[in-house]
Ligand binder design. Structure first.
Ligand SMILES: *Cc1c(COP(=O)(O)O)cnc(C)c1O
Length: 396
């Protein structure tokens, strides 16, 4: 953890607390931006963590924000006025599309024929003099098996996301034959998988671009942009590891060199913000059950659902506290390893198993790392009615 976070985790009276290190976030985002070629636009997928301080800290390093609902659209437009927005996601409602048109959203990621028809109708009413820029999202079946011996198929399984590839010719025709004069087909979007390393993601980008270029050639049109999505891996077993942004940037650079008129866009969420957040709390009790030892923490998965939803152990650090303010004895761990659980009445409320914590005591602090993305905002806050955590945005 960073020195700022360690100091605050020890000093904090209002545990549990989310601690965000905004200076660390800026440093990371600057390194990501610096690793990417100029013709790669970087959008932040706001669903990973939409806290206004996070959106603002990323501001100087991103070209825009990707939003996936009317709620995110209103929230990000308010937090970051006048910044480019891309609006994606399935099941967009007429009201959401209308407000996106009114807000002048830069890109619509269209997911279905019905949505295309609705967007065309609403655009002709809401912004009759504008051309609304569209990326058609496709659920492409892409194989990365050609590269570095890896073998995995991405996309291509039945999902509610994007057009089926068999609809590509129809979609291009609808958007280029004058049927929808208020819409302009700018390119293609494909967010096919999450948790991929740089070589696989480069192979995916190459395959998506090749597919888009052959589609353009077949219809004798120009597709100026390809958005290859997010999905850069975060390794929860290795809190110090990082996605190979430099290697990824070089791979995208080679791809762009082969397509001098193309703009690539990426929209990472997790790999941008996971590392800037920590969930700090304290041990309430240490207890023994059928051969195993448990540390019961203040808080739990109703604040940090990430390990329960992704089935991993959230990496954590114990900060020993030497004073015990109570007149009753202090519970102390007898074994080398404990399971870190929360206060919920469900066996699923586990934050980490097999944590080496010799001599752990009630009152010690425990700080969970990689809690900056898909953490608080994916958690079921009201289950059991425990108080919410505090939030501290730290800055050097
Ligand atoms: C969730 C999502 C992202 C971000 O994915 P990460 O795995 O957080 O990088 C990007 N694009 C779309 C369309 C998404 O749904």
């Amino acid at each position: 953890m960073t020195p700022l976070v360690r100091a605050r985790a020890l000093a904090c009276e209002d545990l549990p607390a989310y601690l965000y290190d905004l200076s660390a976030l800026r440093e990371h985002a600057a390194a990501v931006r610096a690793a990417l070629p100029e013709r790669v636009e970087l959008y932040y997928a706001a669903k990973a963590n939409p806290e206004p301080d996070i959106l603002a800290a990323l501001g100087p390093y991103v070209d825009g924000y990707e939003v996936s609902s009317g709620g995110e659209l209103a929230h990000v437009a308010k937090a970051m006025p006048d910044r480019p927005l891309a609006f994606g996601g399935p099941g967009k409602t007429p009201a959401e599309i209308t407000s996106a048109l009114e807000l002048g959203v830069q890109r619509f990621h269209v997911e279905s024929v019905a949505e295309l028809q609705m967007l065309a109708h609403l655009a002709s009413r809401v912004v009759p003099r504008a051309k609304v820029a569209v990326l058609a999202r496709f659920n492409l079946a892409v194989s990365a098996s050609l590269l570095q011996g890896s073998s995995m198929a991405m996309g291509g399984s039945p999902t509610p996301f994007g057009f089926d590839p068999s609809q590509a010719d129809e979609v291009v025709r609808l958007l280029t034959d004058g049927t929808y004069p208020h819409l302009e087909l700018r390119g293609v979007h494909a967010h096919l998988a999450s948790g991929l390393h740089a070589p696989e993601l480069i192979a995916v980008a190459e395959a998506v671009v090749a597919w888009a270029m052959s589609l353009a050639e077949r219809h004798r049109i120009r597709l100026a942009e390809v958005n290859v999505g997010g999905g850069m891996t975060v390794d929860y077993a290795d809190p110090h590891g990082r996605f190979d942004w430099a290697g990824y940037g070089r791979g995208l650079g080679r791809l762009l060199a082969a397509h001098p008129d193309l703009v690539l866009r990426i929209e990472p969420g997790r790999a941008l913000t996971a590392y800037c957040g920590w969930y700090a709390t304290e041990v309430l009790d240490v207890k023994f059950s059928h051969g195993e030892e448990f540390a019961v923490l203040r808080g739990g998965t109703h604040h940090l659902r990430t390990p329960a939803s992704q089935r991993h152990d959230q990496p954590c650090t114990v900060l020993p506290v030497h004073t015990w303010p109570h007149p009753w004895p202090r519970p102390v761990a007898q074994q080398d390893c404990v399971t870190m659980t929360g206060q919920l009445c469900t066996p699923k409320d586990v934050l980490a198993r097999g944590v080496r914590a010799i001599g752990l005591r009630a009152g010690d602090r425990v700080v969970f790392a990689l809690a900056g993305a898909y953490a608080w905002n994916i958690s079921h806050h009201d289950f059991l009615m425990h108080p919410p955590p505090a939030f501290h945005f730290l800055d050097a």
